[in-house]
Ligand binder design. Sequence first.
Ligand SMILES: CC(C)(COP(=O)(O)OP(=O)(O)OC[C@H]1O[C@@H](n2cnc3c(N)ncnc32)[C@H](O)[C@@H]1O)[C@@H](O)C(=O)NCCC(=O)NCCS
Ligand SMILES: Nc1ncnc2c1ncn2[C@@H]1O[C@H](COP(=O)(O)OP(=O)(O)OP(=O)(O)O)[C@@H](O)[C@H]1O
Length: 206
Amino acid sequence: MRGRTLPRPGRLGLTGGIGSGKSTVSAWLAAQGAHLVDTDAISRELTQAGGGAIEPLRRAFGDQAIGPDGALDRQKMRELVFGDPDAKRRLEALLHPLIGQEAARRAAQATPGQMVVFDVPLLVESRLWRTRVDQVLVVDCTPERQVARVMQRSGLSDEAVRAIMAQQAPRSLRLAAADVVISNDKDTLAPLHEALAALWAQWHPV
Ligand SMILES: CC(C)(COP(=O)(O)OP(=O)(O)OC[C@H]1O[C@@H](n2cnc3c(N)ncnc32)[C@H](O)[C@@H]1O)[C@@H](O)C(=O)NCCC(=O)NCCS
Ligand SMILES: Nc1ncnc2c1ncn2[C@@H]1O[C@H](COP(=O)(O)OP(=O)(O)OP(=O)(O)O)[C@@H](O)[C@H]1O
């Protein structure tokens, strides 16, 4: 763990590059009692069949963006946006306001005093998100580790993972925006859980 000793945040922004370990960290924080708002999960719900983003997506990208099951064709959209910055901007302009609204609604369901953890892959890239949280926790690992994890998890090629990473903030920028950095560069969970337990203890002194 690296960073200044800061008080326990009410609203914690959790971010990191693809495959860095955000979901693993957010699951650990939720198990300790934090209220988790997962923007990737919100995005997937909005783009499933019948989701609030489907008709706007159809209007913006045409029928071919929607699969026969009525959900966003994720593979097609991934291939389109991670090779075309303009298409990526259009997709984000459509989805991000909807994701932001739903994230605010879910955050309001926290109980009084409960820490809210916003898991936001693009937090550092977004000026708006930076204003919505008290502190930024960055989960960090090497780009090589990111590629290996995502290839293993998703079956995407090395090239496809690197194309996504090229569309995200560089590691240096993310680290510069962090209040706290948790390193997740090993291939076992124990060192990560240890670092998280130390951070949690710092937030909850006895
Ligand atoms: C392009 C899409 C269809 C690809 O779907 P896919 O199932 O392959 O990925 P999934 O949504 O599970 O996201 C996985 C990871 O990809 C990365 N990622 C997703 N969207 C973006 C983006 N706009 N820019 C950079 N990286 C992104 C993040 O690290 C994310 O954790 C999808 O990611 C999407 O709709 N993205 C736009 C919405 C968005 O910006 N989401 C980020 C959360 S706010
Ligand atoms: N310390 C670790 N030891 C072993 N496996 C790990 C570790 N950290 C993460 N992983 C695995 O690597 C993969 C990516 O982790 P995780 O899903 O938490 O990352 P993420 O940052 O949420 O990814 P994404 O940006 O794609 O949503 C998962 O399969 C996870 O189980």
